[in-house]
Design a protein around this ligand. Sequence first.
Ligand code: AHR
Length: 513
Amino acid sequence: MNLKSLAIAAVACLSSAASAAPAATSKVELKPAADAPIIKKEIYGQFAEHLGRCIYGGLWVGPESGIPNTQGYRTDVLNALRELHVPVLRWPGGCFADEYHWMDGIGPREKRPLMVNSNWGGTVEDNSFGTNEFFNFCELLGCEPYLSGNVGSGTVEELAKWVEYITAENGPMAELRKSNGREKPWKLKYLGVGNESWGCGGNFTADFYANVYRRYQTYCRDFDGNKLYKIASGANAGDYNWTEVLMRDAMHHFNAVSLHYYSVGDWSSKGSATKFDASDYYTTLALCLEMETLVKRHSEIMDRFDPSITKGLMVDEWGTWWEVEPGTNPGHLFQQNTMRDAIVAALTLNIFHENAARVHMANIAQIANVLQAMVLTKDAEMVLTPTYYLFKMYVPHMDARLVPLSVATASRAVEGRKDVPAISATCSEKDGVYTVSLTNTSLDNSEKVTVDLAGLGLGLAGGEVLTAASVNDYNDFGQPEKVTLKPFSGARIAKGTLSVDMPAMSVVTLTLK
Ligand code: AHR
């Protein structure tokens, strides 16, 4: 929990790390606890929707493409994503999922029917990336597939047969799969039953959806040793009634319920991804910190029905959402990604860590070319975003045990919103290796952070920093990366205390053992 010690007036001008003001001081205390939760690696999940150039051009170019590919998947993107150890990938949407008819996406690609992607710019979808392409991609990437089933415009039979096609050893759907070149069934664990069923997924009321959910999931069977983990379509941000009703009426039929939240203040004017001032920056951080309230309040409801925490809360869509890059299709949600986005990711992941007992999965939106992406592509070029590097830096936290901690730091008041702490911290331990990640949110102030290591007798084994000359910096095509990971040398340990000189606007991860 962060202790507020001082409010700092908001500043109105942009800053750079080079013009940092004298260092302020923050204190972190580690409080290791043997019964602290494991930070499930699925918190680092990704999401790929048939939207803009996420799938087509982002992940998939087809085997005939001149762009270097591995069985049709971009080799550069595949290799970059492997570095992130992506644990789980949600597909095919999003809003697209509730208009997707999976049988259109199997069989010879040239014979697949076309459809209009009416959610996302009216683009004509040729269905060349379908079930086989998705499951093969997950195998190449080494991640769990997470299927989002069509409830809004699909039938119970259609969803039931999809599960059968993917997971059954024998029977008509298995034969169909075999005729499409895949002899052995795939494993399917995560099955979402609808997406945003309160909105684009059917505009259901909570009570109505709870009943529809019960019906659809009944016919999604466990074939031949496959065990489905069923996820009910959850609340839109602060719609607590939705969670209440689902827990009350459907909890015995699901393993988890989802939650969607984007760090957006005004949907009619979301702002530019790259052109923003200090006030916009701190407002965005305050908005992303709303995730803490949302997770806690939805968890409190779940705790009443499920005190021993057998059900997960899956934040299967989160991240920043800006106006699209000028000149791009407004329906394709292509946005740039700056140091601000990386700091949003750090603060949000820290919240998921702290709430790891209940948050069992999270999926940032989205993996490529859409919203807060890991990678951006243009023809044969690819850039890695600041958010990519943040995810890479946080890999050691995956499946590690949370080390609870307290932080005493200044906080910045943001009018009408949550205060933004100067320093946000998280720590985890795996196999005796401790990973401490610190974020300095200040655009202007470097910060001296001391971390009381609780007598653990740890030594410093390495460190990395993510920062930029300006918070507006981003990585773009055809130029060297401006925002990237660098070795960090501003930390030392003396008498059981770690001291860290945090540059302004930076994220530092330290390895201790
Ligand atoms: O991620 C973009 C869209 O945001 C998804 O399709 C939808 O579920 C959400 O509203």
